[in-house]
Design a protein around this ligand. Structure first.
Ligand code: NAI
Ligand code: MG
Length: 504
């Protein structure tokens, strides 16, 4: 189970007081959140939660299994069909989302600190995550009463219209790299559209979502509308994916598990599926750029959030005329990133989320070496405590090398040369993924041609990892199905009903 120890739930309370390294003290819920109450799992099991920056145990959290999924889905079904939620005017859903945003604002320090503790990310980046959550809630709060159908003029004997109806109980399974931001991206559109939710946070990072459960209750969401089940993928996650009363599933995580989610939907009730999966995104630098500015963006593109980003710019392509200069500048820039204690305000790159991921990344660096790559900088663990890795650049990597094709999900990128647009389009589109991409150039024509020809859900021009709640995000190819954020995401959480009235 991803190296996470399962323990008896008997010694695990429902709440514990935590004191974090930056002095923040708060009460951390440890139970399953169903019907607005914290409870123990039916099997009375719990699992260990570790701090990635020390490797030490933080606490145990109660574990949800299949029987608990049944209870949570029943609660969410009742809330959807009979509870006050089912009769709530859409604008009131917006009010609730705005209240949740307000509570995030009031608790920003605690929330960011929990993320730094549980995920190991730098606190300065964690604060950015919380700002992203607030922006997402407010954006979808605005949509809540603007989701509507159309009237179609078909003939003088009929009156025909469509409605955009919520789907029902939505299963949402999220990863550990942005524990709260992915939570917000998922519940924002689902709640705005009037659905109810059974959410499973990643087993590596359950703490933030459970703390947010208290804010959900405080904001005034009726019982059963948002239920949160900490637990493992192969048990609670699999039960959600196979559940006959879960009408829609949204998943963010590995492509491997994405496939099993689709299979589970096919094997059960054909629940609607959206998937946000991996990536191996090209970050392309033409020779007309200001080198220092471009290097800032390639540095941010790969090392932001310790490289644990689905859209990470993990394949850097530089036009041959400036290749040597960019490599030299990038090496210098990468080495200057402050790696270490997530609670240090100067830290840019914190810890990798777990021992498993730490080993996985180091193993990929090893694979790269064996494939003939040159390690330009980094290439090893940073420090001896916790799961840190030095910012790493690999050059001399072939198009078909594993480190050029497979998602490493850490602070490791490849750097390669290209001659012209045709060459870089061929290399850039040379994986099965298609999540994100970027082009750096002063030429508008080059930017637009490259943007047109890249097979990716997002193309950044002269920037990288720039997100906004209004901008749809999602993958071409094996990077996923459907789009999150923006008006697009509402399509995932509504279904169209056509009403055709015979007036003759
Ligand atoms: P994962 O895909 O196993 O985990 C993501 C979520 O899926 C977690 O909540 C997990 O509990 C759940 N899950 C796992 N197996 C499941 C199943 N059979 N049914 C239902 N839910 C299930 O990712 P993992 O193993 O933690 O990381 C491995 C690699 O996946 C990473 O190195 C990275 O390449 C990729 N990944 C990509 C992410 C993204 O944002 N696109 C996020 C996390 C991981
Ligand atoms: Mg896994």
């Amino acid at each position: 189970m991803a190296g996470i120890a399962q323990v008896s739930g008997a010694d695990t309370p429902l709440f514990t007081k935590l004191k974090l390294p930056n002095g923040v003290e708060y009460e951390q819920p440890l139970g399953l959140f169903i019907n607005n109450e914290f409870t123990v799992g039916k099997a009375n099991k719990a699992f260990e939660v570790h701090s990635p920056s020390t490797g030490k145990l933080i606490t145990n959290v109660h574990e949800a299994q299949a029987a608990d999924v049944d209870i949570a889905v029943d609660a969410a079904t009742r809330a959807f069909e009979e509870g006050p939620w089912s009769k709530l005017p859409p604008s009131e859903r917006g009010v609730l989302l705005n209240k949740l945003a307000d509570l995030f604002e009031q608790n920003v320090t605690t929330l960011a600190s929990i993320e730094a503790l549980d995920n190991g990310k730098a606190i300065q980046l964690a604060r950015g995550d919380i700002a992203g959550c607030i922006g997402c809630f407010r954006y979808y709060a605005g949509w809540a009463d603007k989701i509507h159908g159309k009237v179609m003029d078909v003939s003088s004997d009929t009156f025909c219209y469509t409605k955009q109806e919520p789907i029902g109980v939505c299963g949402q399974i999220i990863p550990w790299n942005f524990p709260l931001l992915m939570f917000a991206w998922k519940i924002g559109p689902a709640i705005a559209a009037g659905n109810t939710v059974v959410m499973k946070p990643a087993e590596q990072t359950p703490l933030g979502a459970l703390f947010v459960a208290t804010l959900i209750k405080e904001a005034g969401f009726p019982p059963g509308v948002i239920n949160i089940l900490p637990g493992f993928g192969r048990d609670a996650g699999d039960a959600i994916a196979h559940h006959m009363k879960v009408k829609k599933i949204a998943f963010t995580g590995s492509t491997l598990v994405g496939r099993t989610i689709m299979k589970a939907a096919a094997e059960s009730n054909l629940k609607k599926v959206t998937l946000e999966l991996g990536g191996k995104s090209p970050n392309i630098v033409f020779d007309d750029v200001d080198i220092d500015r471009a290097v800032e963006w390639i540095n941010f593109g790969i090392y932001y959030n310790s490289g644990e980003v689905c859209s990470a710019g993990s394949r850097v392509y530089v036009q041959e005329g400036i290749y040597d200069k960019v490599v030299a500048a990038f090496k210098k820039r990468a080495s200057a990133n402050v790696v270490g204690n997530p609670f240090d305000e100067n830290t840019f790159q914190g810890a990798q989320v777990s021992k498993v991921q730490h080993e996985r990344i180091l193993n990929y660096i090893d694979i790269g070496r064996k494939e003939g790559a040159t390690v330009e900088v980094g290439g090893e663990a940073h420090g001896t405590e916790g799961y840190f890795i030095k910012p790493t650049i690999l050059s001399n990597v072939g198009l078909n090398a594993r480190v050029m094709q497979e998602e490493i999900f850490g602070p490791v990128c490849t750097i390669a040369k290209f001659t012209d647009i045709d060459d870089v389009i061929k290399q850039g589109n040379g994986t099965n993924y298609g999540l994100a991409s970027a082009v750096h150039t002063k030429s508008l024509n080059t930017a637009i041609e490259v943007a047109n020809r890249l097979k990716a859900g997002t193309v950044w021009v002269n920037c990288y990892n720039s997100f906004h709640a209004a901008l749809p995000f999602g993958g071409y190819g094996e990077s996923g199905i459907g789009r999150e954020l923006g008006k697009e995401a509402l399509k995932n959480y509504t279904q169209v009903k056509t009403v055709n009235i015979n007036l003759a």
